[in-house]
Design a protein around this ligand. Sequence first.
Ligand SMILES: Nc1nc2c(ncn2[C@@H]2O[C@H](COP(=O)(O)OP(=O)(O)OP(=O)(O)O)[C@@H](O)[C@H]2O)c(=O)[nH]1
Length: 328
Amino acid sequence: MTEHDRDFDIKGVAPAPPLHGQRPEGYRSGFACFVGRPNAGKSTLTNALVGSKVVITSNKPQTTRTVVKGIVHRDDAQLILVDTPGLHRPRTLLGERLNDLVMSTWSEVDVVAVCFPADEKIGPGDTFIVNELAKVRRTTKIAIATKTDKATPEQLASHLLAIAELGRTTGTDWAEIVPVSAVGDSQVGLLADILIGLMPEGPQLYPDGELSDAPEEAIVAELIREAALEGVRDELPHSIAVVVEEMNLREGRPADRPLLDIHANLFVERDSQKGIIIGHKGSRLREVGTAARLQIAAMLGTPVHLDLHVKVAKDWQRDPRQLRKLGF
Ligand SMILES: Nc1nc2c(ncn2[C@@H]2O[C@H](COP(=O)(O)OP(=O)(O)OP(=O)(O)O)[C@@H](O)[C@H]2O)c(=O)[nH]1
């Protein structure tokens, strides 16, 4: 039995569907996972590789909660990208669950790629991640210097040396160190070649053209969450969760004018946070709703009616029952 004959059961990602199509000689397939400190450019890189916005990017740290994957299709390979939450020193039950999820994902993928933004010095956060990753012995590790467009050639050179040094001090054997700019589309193709070269030989795992198997509800929830976080205090990101309760095409609409009805609840931890989200006489919530609605409509290609409610779920990050209900 080869590696790919068993069901892949990466936590939070559905087991692989039945195998598709014939594969030419030498066809490769497998899983890669980007890690790195918040804002390192992981989601942007996933999007650049896949060529479509499937992972939600944001300029605020720590918004990637769910495991969402994008799929790179090539004639000779299929590369499945898994995105994990950030790794933190756990302070709550949610924090512990997220860390467990990250560690088990790392041990099940073929390659873990650590992203180090070239415009920032390597710091304790990076060292923490690489030290944790070093405990996962079997998985191949590569380092990516991201956002190279934001660094001078001299800065980039010393950044690459610092990455190599971090490998040495943590006992991590980087299979490659690759400088990339997702925004400038520099070396993204090379990165794809390198990742694919590190995948095992195996069959096509997903049908052609499938970009992501993240359920639409999860993508919609992330878009709402992103809109709700826009312009609010830095500590609020940890306290918001969005659950899409219902998503249905409205009945009785003409075929050329569909309308998607979405009912979603936005959970905060405290009444004071509810006030921040809702704003003066509901003004902020209306803006959040409009922004999310337009994003969802653009993503799904259907006009949307969004019904958004804000609820307080006291200390949901610490309560196992609430966490289960919210999908963690
Ligand atoms: N100039 C430049 N900016 C980039 C590049 N890649 C990402 N960014 C920006 O950096 C910010 C963070 O990027 P993300 O892709 O959301 O980072 P992330 O690592 O997924 O962040 P978390 O989800 O918070 O862990 C965004 O504002 C991006 O537009 C790049 O190659 N060049």
